[in-house]
Design a protein around this ligand. Structure first.
Ligand SMILES: C[S@@+](CC[C@H](N)C(=O)[O-])C[C@H]1O[C@@H](n2cnc3c(N)ncnc32)[C@H](O)[C@@H]1O
Length: 387
């Protein structure tokens, strides 16, 4: 059966020609009663532009699938999922918790599949992909034979699609906590209640890299379940992890116990307040990690986000010992690497510190960045050294 057609405007066609994978509703000329699911995109002269997932509700009306005219079915999805897995076999070899399918980054729009040991956690974040949920589960069972497949469809973006929040077991066992090794350290993840699908897998490589610079006293601000702190611990005299979430810190404590680390402490606090007090009390650290939540979720909060990043980085730079390292991150797509470098430079000047840029990093490679889709490059991580 041929999929229904949706007509795109010349501007929509230009966007596709430039390599983008989203068409906004304002660039849909006619959808002629198309329902959520796979559609054929045509221009106003009826020329075929490829196939996409159509949403009846989201401002992102079309999510590009392929330029080919072929059935979009379990065979198509399985090919793409196998392709994603082949890439992970290269870039996540030896990892036990990583993103197996990264939505647009793997040309499987709005499908997330995260692997935690022998368990998989999935999210179907658009109307079109949600319709393929059971097909995806069948493919995952066949390809990977996981112990469990859980659904974490409680992400806020589902509301933009008119989709309900849903969580639960889709196949296999009902797994809550799982312990996996990441960068040689045991980490406990709560797959049912943790943020995202349980953990911030996009920082896996940055955590390992930060450990290369770790020494003395380290401070991990916005530690969540202790990802950076636990990875730094074997290389430091002491590490303090701070977060405002008591539940996240309980999980961090659990991982600490699993590893038997005695040089780690956790503190429930607002990082802005802690850093201010630390400076006043003249506390000093040899490595500070700043990994806050996205401050600029919309373009309109760009300026206030920059003020937030500047304040955190200024305070962090003030408490670093000479020769110390700052690992500073932003996961706001609307804050570019240039923006982050700019605010850290301002912070360094205000703090009267000379700073060198040691590494400019991004999300782990299992979260691919599409060259022509800037939105897929969201995480920035700078490693800086204070002279
Ligand atoms: C991006 S996550 C950090 C991820 C973590 N670094 C990791 O590698 O897993 C941001 C964390 O900041 C915490 N948070 C948000 N606002 C905070 C604040 N003002 N002070 C302290 N923690 C905060 C959240 O609870 C969340 O755990």
């Amino acid at each position: 059966m041929t999929a229904p057609s949706v007509t795109i405007t010349p501007r929509g066609a230009e966007r596709l020609a430039s390599g983008h994978v989203w068409i906004y509703r304002s660039d849909v000329a006619s959808s002629a009663g198309a329902e959520a699911g796979v559609v054929r995109m045509v221009n106003q002269k009826k020329c075929f532009w490829g196939q996409a997932l159509y949403s009846t509700q989201s401002q992102i009306a079309l999510r590009f699938l392929t330029r080919e005219s072929r059935p979009i079915d379990a065979t198509f999805l399985a090919e793409r999922i196998r392709g994603a897995a082949r890439y992970r076999a290269q870039v996540a070899a030896g990892a036990h918790a990583y993103r197996l399918v990264a939505a647009e980054g793997d040309l499987l729009p709005s499908l997330i599949v995260d692997r935690y040991g022998d368990c998989l956690v999935i999210q179907t974040l658009s109307q079109g992909m949600d319709k393929f949920k059971s097909a995806v589960v069948e493919i995952l069972q066949k390809e990977f034979a996981p112990r469990s497949i859980l659904e974490r469809n409680d992400a806020a973006v589902r509301a933009l699609e008119g989709l309900p929040e849903q969580t639960g077991v889709l196949a296999g066992e009902d797994v809550g906590e799982i312990v996996v090794e990441e960068n040689g350290v045991k980490m406990s993840f709560d797959l049912r209640h943790g943020q995202k699908t349980g953990g911030f897998l996009d920082q896996r490589e940055n955590r390992a890299t930060a450990a290369n610079y770790a020494h003395g006293r380290a401070l991990d601000c916005f530690t969540y379940t202790g990802g950076f702190a636990l990875t730094l611990a074997p290389h430091c005299d002491s590490v303090l992890g701070i977060d405002s979430s008591a539940d996240a810190l309980k999980q961090a404590q659990r991982s600490q116990e699993l590893n038997g680390f005695s040089n780690l402490e956790w503190k429930e606090a607002n990082c802005f307040d802690f850093l201010k007090a630390a400076d006043q009390e003249k506390l000093r650290y040899d490595l500070v990690v700043i990994d806050p939540p996205a401050f600029a979720r919309q373009k309109s909060s760009h300026e206030s986000a920059l003020r937030g990043y500047k304040e955190l980085n200024l305070r962090a730079l003030k408490i670093l010992s000479p020769g110390g390292y700052l690992v500073t991150c932003s996961c706001s797509y609307h804050v570019s690497e240039a923006d982050l470098l700019g605010v850290v430079a301002e912070a360094a000047l205000d703090a009267h510190r000379t700073v060198t840029v040691v590494e400019r990093r991004t999300q782990s490679r299992d979260h691919p960045i599409l060259l022509t889709v800037p939105e897929t490059h969201y995480l920035k991580c700078l490693i800086l050294r204070v002279c």
